[in-house]
Write a protein that binds this ligand. Structure first.
Ligand code: PGA
Length: 268
């Protein structure tokens, strides 16, 4: 049975003290739940403060990105052992915001700036190969843009993203992998993917693992849904058989909303 995972992606919000305050509040409310795995992913600078706030609880810590080398002259980057040293168990990889494929026009972002974030399948593959040997669990985000969905390319885009990121990795290396289906058009837009459709695409992701690897791995790996998850839609999404949890952005910054989403997860 796959234990549900509810992950809060705080993105570029909350200072260390603000993050510690939110983590402390969540710890008091849901910190000892073990039927659902609850994960907080603050900004790099808040990792230490949040780690201290949740120490001794059942809650887990994750980062929002990582570089693929263990050390070296890579200005501005963070290495897998550094994340392990502050207590991270998970790391988000390939979020559409780091891939640089925004679903909505952002007037503050010009084309050149977007290119700096344009992560490719090849860089994601390096990151996966870098974190897995450390036991750092990757949450690999995949998903199509609205234009790709409207062109009927959803499955093709997702298969390409999965195969590119996992290139050369063997089945027995991937048991800690989590995949998040994050349709780009649903992220931060309030436009949630219909629960049946999210379930269908999560099932397709599992089928891709079955085809490429084996049924055992496909049944083991957790597939999350992310994109405008809120207390009002979480129950329908989290009770779908192919959806093993949620990657929550905006609503994870609100203790009450995040707690309510965690309570929507089924006991499996
Ligand atoms: P959202 O973000 O919940 O604010 O749509 C989800 C995500 O980016 O993971």
């Amino acid at each position: 049975m796959r234990r549900p995972l509810i992950a809060g992606n705080w993105k570029m919000h909350l200072s260390p003290s603000e993050g510690a305050a939110l983590a402390t509040m969540l710890r008091q409310r849901i910190g000892m739940r073990s039927d659902v795995e609850i994960l907080l992913c603050p900004a790099f600078v808040a990792l230490q403060a949040v780690a201290e706030a949740i120490r001794g609880s059942e809650m887990k810590l994750g980062a929002q990105d990582v570089f693929w080398r263990d050390s070296g002259a890579f200005t501005g980057q963070i290495a897998p052992p550094m994340l392990m040293a502050v207590g991270c168990e998970y790391v988000i990889l390939g979020h559409s915001e780091t891939r640089g494929r925004f679903g909505v026009a952002d007037p503050d972002m010009d084309a050149r700036l977007l290119a700096y974030f344009s992560e490719t399948e090849a860089t994601l593959n390096r990151k996966l190969r870098a974190v897995l040997p450390h036991g750092l669990k990757p949450i690999l985000c995949v998903g199509e843009t609205l234009a790709e969905r409207e062109a009927g390319q959803t499955e093709q885009v997702i298969r390409t993203q999965i195969e590119g990121a996992l290139d050369g990795l063997a089945s027995d290396e991937l048991y800690e992998l989590v995949i998040a289906y994050e349709p780009v058009w649903a992220i931060g837009t309030g436009q949630v993917c219909d629960a049946d459709e999210a379930n269908r695409v999560c099932g397709f992701i599992r089928q891709t693992l079955r085809d490429r690897y084996d049924a055992e791995l496909a049944e083991f790996v957790r597939v999350l849904y992310g994109g405008s998850v809120k207390p009002s839609n979480a129950h329908a999404l989290l009770h779908q058989p192919e959806i093993d949890g949620a990657l929550v952005g905006g609503a994870s910054l609100d203790a009450k909303a995040f707690e309510q989403i965690c309570y929507c997860a089924p006991q499996r």
